[in-house]
Design a protein around this ligand. Structure first.
Ligand SMILES: NC(=O)c1ccc[n+]([C@@H]2O[C@H](COP(=O)([O-])OP(=O)(O)OC[C@H]3O[C@@H](n4cnc5c(N)ncnc54)[C@H](OP(=O)(O)O)[C@@H]3O)[C@@H](O)[C@H]2O)c1
Length: 324
């Protein structure tokens, strides 16, 4: 099988395309032919050894995938050859075949394209966990989403609307804001040209927002925190800007507000059944048309480095999919 491999830390151009033996599933495992692997921003970090997980090399990037079951290991009876499935593996999906523990797989509803299902787990899974389980977002509350045209941001706009919030999509250009608003956001702020704090205050009539969803970090984080209202919740999702902000804690005191960490990757290991239930919930919402995941571009396997370059260049709206 063909596989994209990281053999040494580096940028996307350091990845190689190689041929490896086909894997065979061991007891409790399933071999899956990858139909679509989805990329996330952290794939640009993991190949450069700049992420919290540092897989043993060589490894393939790509945290999540959708595919078709090809072979079953001993003792697997929950799946049959030919079943269509999704899984989150953390890394390793930019290749033609993967071997996965059967309890990490969830079946895809009939008729759902693999390109849609593949990109659902990380961004939408993180966001469901963030907004519902960590943020306690309630119907009618205001939700400010930073980086709203990116992978997690897009999911936050859609899930925020599905949960009944008033969603304010915030992004660095008018074009990105327009895209995020097309996903259903009620308001938009272009923080590339206007003050995020002032605009959030204005939209909320001076009261401040109830929940901030921040996958960007850097200087924007403090600005957004300053626009949080009384008893607000600031959700720490990530630092796509490359800068981990240092926050004056008096801001939390003055608003009686919470700064809440969101570590989805660790949470799903602590609660695997809750994770599978959340993935089934997301697949159902897509089937019902309540979520409409946007695929930006589909690349062939050999163009994985070019796809990762686009993610790093902030040039992506929605998901990038690799089709081996
Ligand atoms: N906490 C968790 O469990 C969890 C789960 C998944 C992902 N994450 C993290 O969340 C962050 C965002 O992930 P994502 O998939 O949403 O990424 P993405 O699709 O690349 O979107 C990130 C957004 O950040 C903004 N940004 C600002 N400075 C940037 C820069 N220098 N390079 C790239 N983007 C920049 C961009 O929006 P604007 O141009 O509009 O500012 C971009 O749309 C990453 O740090 C990722 O590791 C955390």
């Amino acid at each position: 099988m063909r596989a994209v491999l990281s053999r040494a830390p580096g940028p996307p151009s350091s990845l190689t395309l190689e041929t490896l033996p086909d894997p065979t599933p061991g007891p409790g495992e399933v071999s899956v032919a990858v139909e679509a692997a989805a990329l996330n921003f952290f794939d640009t970090l993991i190949i450069a050894d700049r992420y919290q997980f540092k897989p043993e090399r060589p490894f393939s990037p790509g945290a999540e995938m959708a595919g078709r079951v090809e072979a079953l290991g001993e003792g697997v009876d929950a799946f049959a050859v030919g079943d269509r499935v999704v899984a989150y593996l953390g890394w390793g999906t930019c290749r033609e075949r993967v071997v996965v523990k059967s309890d990490e797989l969830v079946k895809i509803p009939d008729g759902m394209p693999s390109e849609i299902a593949a990109g659902l787990i990380v961004t939408y899974g993180t966001t469901l966990y963030a907004l519902r389980d960590r943020g306690g977002l309630k119907r009618g509350e205001t939700l400010a989403v930073l980086g709203a045209s990116g992978g997690t941001g897009q999911a936050a706009v859609e899930i925020g609307k599905a949960m009944g919030a008033h969603v304010i999509a915030c992004a660095s250009s008018a074009d990105k804001v327009a895209f995020a608003r097309s996903l259903g956001a009620d308001d938009g702020i272009d923080y590339g040209s206007l003050s995020l704090k002032e605009q959030l205050k204005e939209i909320t009539g001076g009261a401040g927002v109830d929940v901030v969803y921040d996958p960007v970090g850097g200087a924007l984080a403090e600005e957004a925190l300053r626009a949080l209202g009384w008893l607000g919740r600031f959700l720490v999702i990530g630092f796509a800007s490359g800068e981990i902000p240092k926050i004056p804690l008096n801001l939390a005191l003055l608003k009686s507000c919470d700064i809440r960490g969101v570590f989805w990757g660790a949470a799903i290991k602590r609660d695997p059944e809750g994770h599978r239930a959340n993935v089934r919930q997301l697949l159902d919402w897509v089937s019902e048309g309540r979520l409409k995941p946007h695929v930006d571009t589909v690349f062939p396997l050999e163009e994985t480095p070019a796809a990762l370059d686009r993610l790093a260049a902030r040039a992506v709206k929605g998901k990038l999919i690799i089709k081996p």
